[in-house]
Design a protein around this ligand. Structure first.
Ligand code: C2E
Ligand code: CA
Ligand code: CA
Ligand code: CA
Length: 279
């Protein structure tokens, strides 16, 4: 009787069981994808604001699903973080990027530095700097060719483990950048204490630059403070000529966005490197 009651309860809660079922199924699929390494890395160029010179590439992961095709990170990074799978996934991405840098190096391309997105969980779990050090050594990569992108919320006031990992990353000689700047609550002074090299200003600010005088004033304030602290500024999500021209007059150091190029598969990168000036 108890079993029947339980069964009926489940029957009247289809959404609850459905979502739990879907979640478990997705987690299982993600775990399997990691075991089979079904991930590919695409690369989006970051260029100088003045001349459009290729300065670096951002590594952006995609899940190449055997039946459903390419799945973007917004559809699985959250689940990977919730389940802790982000640690292994992050390691796959770092290893993939280092192998790619080594391959381009063997072909005499570049060198062009690559930035990798890292979740706060990877930083907190520890072992990130050790993994990166081993990957750089394994593939014989100059640490100056690697940059790690972290969000404000993952680096500010996160306790000892995080602080230790951050300084270990610094000691490796790789660059640190703060991603989605402006969406959190960090001050530039806090970021300077972390010895950050690059500020990537969130797309929301970039779109405001093209739209209003206030948007331009705000962006100019970010640029002048960052400049005083010797941190370079990247505008994310540049989509229009108007935004580019405004950013040129604001002395923003670098831009990234669909106006220049979307993220491209690795095999399309050599032609970007050959062009060198992308606008
Ligand atoms: P993000 O780090 O802020 O990366 C920029 C995102 O904006 C990318 O989306 C990029 O394709 C997109 N984008 C670039 N230019 C433009 C533009 O002009 N307009 C618009 N509307 N969008 C633009 P994507 O590749 O879907 O990545 C989404 C997010 O997933 C990333 O945001 C990052 O937070 C996360 N992510 C990507 N790869 C990794 C990874 O390997 N590890 C971790 N932990 N997170 C990753
Ligand atoms: Ca990023
Ligand atoms: Ca960003
Ligand atoms: Ca400067």
């Amino acid at each position: 009787a108890k079993a029947a009651g339980k069964g009926r309860f489940e029957f009247y809660q289809p959404h609850l069981s459905d979502s739990l079922f879907l979640r478990l199924a997705k987690e299982h699929a993600l775990r399997e994808a990691i075991d089979k390494d079904q991930f590919v890395v695409h690369y989006q160029p970051r260029v100088s604001t003045r001349a459009g010179r290729l300065n670096s590439l951002e590594a952006l992961v995609r899940w190449h699903h055997p039946e459903r095709g390419m799945i973007g990170p917004d559809d699985f990074i959250g689940l990977a973080e919730d389940t802790g799978l982000i640690v292994r996934l992050g390691e796959l991405v770092i290893d993939n990027v280092c192998a790619q840098l080594a391959e381009w190096g063997r072909r005499g391309l570049g060198p062009v530095p690559v930035s990798v997105n890292v979740s706060g969980i990877q930083l907190r779990e520890g072992g990130l700097s050790a993994f990166i050090a081993a990957a750089l050594a394994r593939h014989r990569i100059d640490p100056r060719l690697l940059e790690v992108e972290l969000t404000e919320s993952s680096v500010i006031d996160k306790g000892r483990a995080t602080a230790h990992e951050l300084s270990a990353l610094r000691e490796l000689g790789i660059k640190l950048s703060v991603d989605d700047f402006g969406t959190g609550y960090s001050s530039l002074a806090q970021l300077q204490q972390l010895d950050v090299d690059v500020l990537k200003v969130d797309r929301a600010f970039t779109s405001a630059v093209g739209k209003s005088e206030e948007g331009a004033v705000l962006f100019r304030a970010i640029v002048s403070m960052a400049d005083a602290l010797d941190i370079s500024v990247v505008a994310e999500g540049v989509e229009t000529r108007e935004q580019l021209h405004a950013l040129q007059s604001l002395d923003c150091d670098e831009v990234q966005g669909y106006l220049v190029s979307k993220a491209l598969p690795a095999h399309e990168v050599p032609s970007l490197i050959a062009r060198r000036y992308l606008f």
